[in-house]
Design a binder for this molecule. Structure first.
Ligand code: 5GP
Length: 192
């Protein structure tokens, strides 16, 4: 059994997952974010090796063939996956590891690691999601529409997750997630 906690963190594109995550990582130094591999092009400001490992489709398929990914999925035409070795190493060192992944990835991780903790971040309402996606201004209209449709589909998975956190306020949502993680760790420590 790994020493750290594996946390699956999911939510629709534009829900504010990234902003909450930045705060979580700043406020809980035992928490690490797994850096995914993707075939998507970097957005302005994104840095290779920090936001994602940006790789080609061939490189991605090689990682699948060599069993180097813990899970992977296609999202709006691009491939995304979690490099396995880095996550297992962090868990072994006792860090808690967040996987910021979509629902197909969640299903794979849940099957492989049933003891993982799963958190779904919801928008206060769908209109707010659309507003946030448009405000970000990094996607074309077609991509925004595709991402919104996917977001609505993904929200149907929310009840399957252990926790549903509404991002009505970033600080409040972050605090709720910090509390969820620390309560679970306390409970698991008591059991051991
Ligand atoms: P974005 O292009 O907005 O960065 O990410 C699109 C979606 O892919 C988001 O829902 C994000 O959580 C998800 N995603 C990012 N990395 C991974 C990954 O490694 N695996 C899976 N399954 N989904 C990912």
């Amino acid at each position: 059994m790994a020493k750290g906690l594996l946390v699956v963190y999911t939510g629709a594109s534009g829900v504010g997952k990234g902003t909450i995550m930045e705060k979580l990582l700043a406020d809980n130094k035992n928490l690490k974010l797994s850096v995914s591999a993707t075939t998507r092009a970097p957005r302005p400001g994104e840095v290779d090796g920090v936001n994602y490992h940006y790789i080609t489709k061939d490189e991605f398929n090689n990682m699948i063939d060599n069993d180097l990914l813990l899970e992977h999925a296609t999202y709006c035409g691009n491939m995304y996956g979690t490099p396995k070795a880095a996550v297992l190493e962090l868990l072994e060192k006792g860090f808690d590891v967040m996987l910021e992944i979509e629902v197909k990835g969640y299903e794979q991780v849940k099957r492989l690691y049933p003891e993982c903790v799963t958190i779904f971040v919801l928008p206060p309402d769908v209109k707010e999601l659309e507003r946030r996606l448009r405000k970000r201004g990094t996607e074309t209209d077609d991509v925004i529409k595709e991402r919104l449709a996917r977001a609505v589909e993904e929200m149907e998975y929310a009840p399957k997750f252990d926790y549903q956190v509404i991002n009505d306020d970033v600080d409040r949502a972050e605090k709720e997630i910090l509390d969820i993680i620390s309560n679970i760790k306390n409970d698991r420590n008591k059991e051991n």
